[in-house]
Design a binder for this molecule. Structure first.
Ligand code: AMP
Ligand code: MG
Length: 320
C-alpha cells in the first residue's frame, strides 16, 4: 500500500510537470482494496468528482468478493442456481467471458477456489496438495458461467472480479467525466490508469511503470494521450508459504501461482477493461506467448519487464 501511494505521488508529479492551466481538481478514496485518485485538469468540477466517488463506492459494493451483499457474493453463495444480478454485473460478466475466450483462458474469473487454497496455505504454512488443487481445478473455467439477460448461473465454483473490475469501472468513470465536459484528466485505480485527452499544455501525459524489483522506483515512463495503462505483476501482491513468496496471479490451467520469465506486464490501449484482463492474461502466458498475442491484437501495446530486469516493449509504445 505504501509503495502504491509513493508511486501515485511520483505519477502526480510527472503529470503536473509542465501544466500551465488552472490548478487541477483532485479527489482520493479507497475502493477495490486500493488507493484511487481522480484528477481533473480541464473542464472538471467538484460535482463531477462527487459523481466519480459515488460511482466507485457503488461498484465496490456490487463487485466486492468480501462484502456479503455484493452481486459477487450472491453468485458465489448460490453457486449452481440462477441468480438475478444488476445489469452492470451482467455486462461485466459478459465482457469477462469474451476476454477469457480471447486469451484462451489465461484470464479467468473463476479462479477463486484456487486463490482460497493459496490464501489458506499462507495461514497454514503448507502449499496445497495435488488432490486439493485437482478438486479446485474441477470447478475452474469461464465456461462454468451461463448468462441469460440479467440472470447468471455458475455450475459450481466461485468468481472473483479482482483482475477486471477496476478496469471496467475506470472505463465507466471516463464516460462520466467526458459526458460532464471534462477534456483532460487522469483516473488512477491502483495499477490501473486511464488518461483522458492530453495535458492542458498540449503535451502527452506521462505514466510511470514501477520497477518490480523495487516498486518505489520507476523502471520506465510512457507518454500517452486518451489511453489506459494497466500493470499486472507478481510484486503487487502475493502469498508467502513456508518462507517462499508466490504470485497472487494463478495459472487457471495448473492452479499454480505464476512463476515464469516475467516480473510485470503493462498493457496500453483505449479500453481499460481490456487492458486489465489482458495484463493479467499476459502475465500468465509468459513473455513469448504474451508478446505474440499483443502483436496480433489491434490497438494494443505492451511493456514487459522480464525476470532479468530488462524492459521490452511492442513497436507502438512511446517512452517519455
Ligand atoms: P490483476 O492485478 O488485475 O492482474 O488481478 C489479479 C487478481 O485477480 C488476483 O489477486 C486474483 O484475485 C485474481 N486472479 C488471479 N489469477 C487470475 C487469473 N488467471 N485470471 C483472472 N483473475 C485472476
Ligand atoms: Mg487485471
Amino acid at each position: 500500500m505504501r509503495n502504491i501511494i509513493i508511486l501515485l505521488c511520483c505519477l502526480s508529479l510527472l503529470l503536473c510537470g509542465g501544466c500551465r492551466a488552472a490548478e487541477p481538481l483532485s479527489r482520493d478514496t479507497v475502493a477495490f482494496d486500493t488507493p484511487c485518485t481522480v484528477t481533473l485538469y480541464d473542464g472538471g468540477s467538484e460535482e463531477l468528482l462527487d459523481a466519480c466517488m459515488k460511482h466507485l463506492a457503488q461498484r465496490d459494493d456490487l463487485w466486492s468478493r468480501t462484502k456479503t451483499d455484493s452481486d459477487v457474493c450472491a453468485v458465489n453463495a448460490q453457486s449452481g442456481q440462477w441468480v438475478t444480478v444488476d445489469i452492470a454485473t451482467a455486462r461485466l460478466l459478459r465482457t469477462a467471458a469474451s476476454l477469457s475466450s480471447q486469451t484462451d483462458g489465461a484470464f479467468d474469473i473463476t479462479t477463486l477456489p484456487l486463490t482460497r487454497l493459496w490464501e489458506n496455505a499462507q495461514t497454514s504454512g503448507v502449499a496445497p496438495s495435488k488432490e486439493e488443487l485437482d478438486a479446485a481445478l474441477a470447478t475452474v473455467g469461464y465456461q462454468q458461467l451461463t448468462l441469460n439477460g440479467n440472470d447468471v448461473k455458475l455450475s459450481g465454483g466461485s468468481i472473483d472480479l479482482g483482475a477486471i473490475a477496476k478496469g471496467y469501472v475506470a472505463d465507466e468513470l471516463r464516460h462520466i467525466l467526458k459526458e460532464g465536459g471534462c477534456t483532460s484528466a487522469i483516473i488512477s485505480l491502483g495499477g490501473n490508469a486511464v488518461v483522458i485527452g492530453e495535458k492542458p499544455n498540449g503535451q502527452p501525459f506521462h505514466v510511470g511503470i514501477a520497477d518490480p524489483r523495487n516498486d518505489s522506483e520507476l523502471i520506465a515512463t510512457v507518454a500517452v494521450r486518451d489511453c489506459s495503462v494497466v500493470t499486472s505483476g507478481s510484486y503487487i501482491r502475493g502469498y508467502t508459504v513456508a518462507g517462499k513468496r508466490y504470485s497472487h496471479i494463478l495459472d487457471p490451467k495448473t492452479g499454480q501461482p505464476v512463476d515464469n520469465d516475467l516480473l510485470s506486464v503493462t498493457i496500453l490501449c483505449f479500453s481499460s477493461v481490456e487492458a486489465d484482463a489482458m495484463s493479467t492474461a499476459c502475465f500468465v502466458m509468459g513473455f513469448d506467448k504474451a508478446k505474440a498475442f499483443i502483436e496480433k491484437t489491434d490497438g494494443v501495446e505492451a511493456v514487459f519487464v522480464k525476470a532479468d530486469g530488462s524492459v521490452v516493449a511492442t513497436a507502438g509504445v512511446t517512452f517519455a
